[in-house]
Design a protein around this ligand. Structure first.
Ligand code: ADE
Ligand code: ZN
Length: 346
């Protein structure tokens, strides 16, 4: 396999058909406006927007918070286990067309328990979708419970208590929501407890927040992956650390432009992250809100950045498998399938 011999005009097709893992998708962020309206009707929930088009027209964000306000409102239509299952199945069907073979899904239980929906309802619907994704679509998956960082650590502990009877149904915990003013160290004790429990640990850091937040996610929370992390380039020592330890960054190009982290995709620092030897991956974050699922992210970012080559494409997909929480045996199988697709004789 030598990706350097693959011409650039073959890249879009290759990007779309190559097997890949998605490691940064908030399942509530996959709720398309049509499904929001269908669920609102099914559950008798009233929405602040008169139509699907009016809702979609409101998706013009100036920063992370302006998005989160509308994203939490969208999630208000989710009441029953069936709603969570339908939402996740819609995502898995979409992922299948993008040749996603493995997905690790974030979910925000506090967004639902605050509205009187039990943790059990949320996890029952999502777990059932994960089982069906394997049986009906051949996609493996896992769930990662995210704590909302704009809430207190005490509330995160209460959520962990509610979740523990269902410990077998999620593999890890993450940290999301409003980053600025809510540094990782605010959650030091709850992450330490999760670590003792053998949960896998990830956190959003360096999306809008400074490189210091990436340092404290690594050194205080002891996370295994950083979600986003694009602001790490501002700190050369941090870049060395991330490269040395091959700490994965789950980068979300379309999200970064929609939330004004970068003005345009052409200014995105994905090439710099890869060329510095970091284990960067491409992901969709909240695809229903940010203009595209996995392949859209790949195709648009490669289109906007001509310095990205077939070697980078292969590296990104290999990184997605390396960075996943799947078994080594499974990773090896995926890697072989990936190398076959990138072999010039394929
Ligand atoms: N929740 C959903 N999407 C998010 C993002 N991009 N950053 C932080 N929290 C989120
Ligand atoms: Zn995210």
């Amino acid at each position: 396999m030598n990706p350097d011999t693959i011409p650039r005009d073959r890249l879009p097709a290759l990007l779309c058909t190559a097997p890949k893992a998605e490691l940064h998708i908030h399942i509530e962020g996959s709720l398309e406006p049509e499904l929001i309206f269908a669920l609102a009707q099914r559950n008798g929930v009233s929405l602040a927007y008169p139509s699907v088009d009016a809702l979609r027209a409101a998706y013009a964000f100036t920063d992370l918070q302006s998005f989160l306000d509308i994203y939490y409102a969208g999630a208000s239509v989710l009441l029953k286990a069936q709603d969570f299952e339908d939402m996740a199945m819609a995502y898995f069907h979409r992922a299948k067309t993008d040749h996603v073979v493995h997905a690790e899904l974030f979910f925000d239980p506090q967004t639902h328990t605050a509205r009187g929906v039990s943790f059990e309802t949320v996890i029952a619907g999502l777990s059932r979708a994960c089982e069906r994704a394997q049986n009906e679509l051949g996609i493996s998956s896992a769930l990662i419970l995210c704590f909302l960082r704009h809430l207190s650590e005490e509330e995160a502990f209460a959520t962990l208590e509610e979740a523990l009877p269902f410990r077998g149904q999620f593999i890890g915990v993450g940290l999301d929501s409003s980053e600025r003013g809510h540094p990782p160290e605010k959650f030091a004790r709850v992450f330490a407890r999760c670590r003792e429990l053998g949960l896998r640990l990830v956190a959003h850091a360096g999306e809008e927040g400074p490189p210091e937040y990436v340092w404290s996610a690594l050194d205080v929370l002891k996370v295994e992956r950083i979600d986003h992390g694009v602001r790490s380039v501002e700190d050369p020592l941090l870049m060395q650390r991330l490269a040395r330890d091959r700490v994965p960054l789950t980068v979300c190009p379309l999200s970064n432009v929609k939330l004004c982290v970068f003005k345009t995709l052409a200014e995105h620092n994905l090439p710099a992250l890869l060329d510095a030897g970091l284990c960067a991956t491409v992901n969709s974050d909240d695809p229903a809100y940010f203009g595209g699922y996995m392949n859209q992210n790949f195709v648009e970012v490669f289109d906007a950045l001509p310095q990205l080559t077939a070697r980078h494409a292969h590296q990104l997909m290999a990184n997605s498998f390396e960075a996943s929480f799947a078994s080594d045996a499974q990773k090896l199988q995926w890697r072989e399938a990936l190398d076959n697709v990138f072999s010039p004789t394929a």
